[in-house]
Design a protein around this ligand. Structure first.
Ligand code: 3EB
Length: 343
C-alpha cells in the first residue's frame, strides 16, 4: 500500500510552537478541525472540485497517483480572517498571510501578460500590507511544455514573472522558494505565503542559482530561490523548492527516471547539508524532512518511483505523488519538501 506510512495526525494539530502547520490529511480529519484556523485545504484531483468562497478549500488539477488522495492542509495557531482584493483572495492572522490568484488566461494577450499581471498584483498587494516578505510560492498552469510562436510557455511565464520583479530593488535577494508545474486545469494559479519578517534564502552548491541560468532556458531567468528558511520565535520552517535532476544548469539522465530520482535526491541532500552546516539547523539527513510532494510526468513511472523513494525515506516522512508536467520537457520528475525544526 503506497501511503501506508503516512501518519497525518502527527502534524495535523499545531504543537502551539509554530504559527502554522502543514500536513497531508483525509476529509474526515479535516472536518474535525476548527474552521477559523484552517488557512487552506488544497486538493489534488483531475476532476474539478467545488471551490469555497474564501480559500478554505481549492483544487489543483493534478491527478493524485497515490490512493487514497490526500489534501494538503494548512492550519494556523491563531484565528484567521479572509479578504479579497482584485484578483487576490487571502487569509491572514497576525503572523502569516496566505494568498491565491486564479486567472483566466483568455483575459490576456499572452501567457507572459497573464504571468506579469499575477506577479505585479501579488507584489503590489504584499507591499501595502503588514506582510511584505514572500517565503514560498506555487505556480500551476496548463501546457507548460507547449510552444507559442516558438517560445515555450514556461519561458513566457518566466519572462512575465521577471518583468514584474523588475520593480523590486535587488529583487534576486528577495526571491522565495517556489514550484512551477504544468497542471491539467485551465486556470493560471499562483498561491503564496507572506510574512512580516523575511525568510533566509538558501541556494544549492550543486546547482547554479536559477536566477542565473543561461539564456537558453529562458530569455529571462526563472525567479526563485532553491529553498527558504523561515525562523519563528520557537521553530524554523524549511521550504525546499521543486527540485529536479539538474546539475549546474544542465538536465542529467534524460532517459532514466530512476537515475533522475537519485540525482534529485542528491540535490535535496545538498540543501539539507547546507541548512545543517551553514545555517546550524537540527537536521541530519533527508529522512528528517516531514513532507514531500513528488510530481511525475508519466503515470507509468509512479510505481517504480514510489517503491524506490519510500524505501529511501523511511517512516517519518509523508509523501504524496501527483501527475504533473515538469517545466523542461526532458525532466521526468520534480520533488518539493518541507520540514519544521524545534529550537
Ligand atoms: C529547476 O530547478 C526546475 O520557475 O518557479 C523548479 C522550481 C523549477 C520552481 C520556477 C522551476 C521553478 O529549474 C524547475
Amino acid at each position: 500500500m503506497s501511503v501506508a506510512h503516512i501518519n497525518p495526525s502527527n502534524h495535523l494539530f499545531s504543537s502551539g510552537h509554530a504559527p502554522f502547520s502543514i500536513s497531508f490529511a483525509q476529509t474526515e480529519q479535516i472536518q474535525a478541525l476548527d474552521k477559523e484556523k484552517i488557512i487552506t485545504t488544497i486538493q489534488f484531483s483531475a476532476t474539478e472540485q467545488a471551490e469555497s468562497e474564501d480559500l478554505e478549500a481549492f483544487n489543483i488539477m493534478l491527478p493524485s497517483l497515490s490512493t487514497p488522495a490526500y489534501s494538503e492542509v494548512w492550519v494556523a495557531r491563531d484565528k484567521l480572517v479572509s479578504g479579497q482584493q482584485g484578483d487576490i483572495k487571502f487569509r491572514k492572522n497576525n503572523e502569516i498571510l496566505f494568498g491565491k490568484i486564479c486567472l483566466d488566461e483568455s483575459r490576456f494577450d499572452s501567457l507572459e501578460d497573464c504571468s506579469n499581471h499575477a506577479y505585479s498584483s501579488m507584489l503590489n498587494f504584499i507591499n501595502q500590507k503588514e506582510f511584505p516578505h514572500l517565503i514560498r510560492i506555487w505556480n500551476f498552469f496548463p501546457e507548460i511544455n507547449a510552444s507559442v510562436n516558438s517560445v515555450e510557455r514556461y519561458q513566457s511565464f518566466c519572462i512575465g514573472r521577471y518583468s514584474a520583479y523588475q520593480n523590486v530593488t535587488e529583487f534576486e535577494r528577495t526571491l522565495p522558494a517556489a514550484t512551477a508545474i504544468g497542471s491539467h486545469g485551465k486556470g493560471f494559479i499562483v498561491y503564496f505565503v507572506a510574512t512580516t519578517k523575511a525568510g533566509v534564502q538558501v541556494e544549492n552548491p550543486r546547482q547554479i542559482s536559477a536566477y542565473h541560468y543561461p539564456e537558453k532556458y529562458s530569455p529571462k531567468s526563472p525567479s526563485f530561490a532553491r529553498a527558504t528558511l523561515k525562523h519563528w520565535p520557537s521553530v524554523t520552517h524549511f521550504f525546499i523548492s521543486g527540485t529536479a535532476s539538474i546539475v549546474g544548469h544542465e538536465t542529467l539522465h534524460e532517459e532514466n527516471v530512476l537515475i533522475q530520482l537519485e540525482e534529485t535526491l542528491k540535490n535535496i541532500e545538498a540543501l539539507v547539508t547546507t541548512v545543517r552546516d551553514t545555517h546550524q539547523q537540527p537536521i541530519h539527513d533527508i529522512t528528517n524532512l516531514s513532507l514531500m510532494k513528488v510530481y511525475i510526468r508519466y503515470p507509468e513511472h509512479y510505481k517504480m518511483i514510489q517503491e524506490s523513494l519510500s524505501q529511501r525515506m523511511g517512516k517519518n516522512i509523508s509523501i504524496v505523488y501527483l501527475q504533473g508536467d515538469i517545466c523542461r520537457s526532458n525532466l521526468l520528475l520534480e520533488i518539493e519538501a518541507f520540514a519544521e525544526f524545534q529550537h
